[in-house]
Design a binder for this molecule. Structure first.
Ligand code: HEC
Length: 188
């Protein structure tokens, strides 16, 4: 490359740069000051997340001694009281029948629900979310659902906040396990 060719190329590059920066300066000069709303709102979002996280933490504090969450429910199953579960089931009775052969109510009949395929009670209109979840109602899945229905199946139409206390959830599951033609054995 001789020096003349080099000069031509350098000139071309320079004018290209000039064009780009010149245009930008012109565009920026026409913009009426900084945008009213910045393109991102990180600090506010962080404040929100912090506030949101603080609430469950407060709520979880008392439950922390009693332990909560599906793992705690499963651990409690071996010493669960089906009798106490029967009493607690009064909360579920607002929406669920559990006697064999009874029809659906607000929710499906729960006779034999342990190990039954999800969303399988004949004649009940389940939510799409419940139908898509798939699998059977294992102890694990019941523990997760009954502790936190919307946490386990976002979009479920079961309008119930669940039983956050692990012992309560375990007792209800122990009761459910017995309400069946083939009672499921509780995990040891
Ligand atoms: C306010 C009414 C309401 C209450 C209270 C309620 N449920 Fe439900 N439940 C529903 C509805 C509605 C569905 C169907 C959910 C769907 O299709 O998403 C359901 C579904 C279920 C299912 C899935 C059954 C299946 O056939 O797949 C289980 C298990 C269940 N509920 C257990 C309970 C237990 C245990 C309680 C009490 C601790 C309870 N529910 C309290 C309304 C209720």
């Amino acid at each position: 490359m001789d020096s003349f060719e080099f000069t031509k190329i350098a000139g071309a590059v320079l004018s290209a740069l000039l064009l780009i920066f010149g245009t930008r300066v012109l565009i920026e000069a026409r913009m009426p000051g900084p945008p009213a709303t910045p393109g991102f709102t990180l600090p506010a979002a962080q404040a929100d997340a912090g506030g949101g996280a603080a609430k469950p933490a407060e709520g979880a504090a008392p439950a922390a001694d009693a332990a909560s969450g599906p793992a705690a429910v499963l651990a409690d199953l071996s010493k669960a009281s089906a009798d106490n579960g029967k009493a607690l089931f009064s909360k579920c009775k607002a929406c669920h029948n559990i006697e064999k052969g009874k029809p659906k109510a607000v929710g499906p009949n729960l006779w034999g629900v342990v190990n039954r395929p999800k969303a399988s009670f004949e004649g009940f209109e389940y939510s799409p979310a419940m139908k898509e979840k798939g699998g059977n109602w294992t102890f694990e899945d019941l523990a997760a659902f009954i502790s936190n229905p919307k946490g386990f199946i976002p979009g479920t139409k079961m309008v119930f906040n669940g039983l956050p206390g692990a012992t309560d959830a375990a007792d209800v599951i122990a009761y459910l396990a017995g309400q069946s033609d083939t009672p499921a054995e509780l995990p040891k």
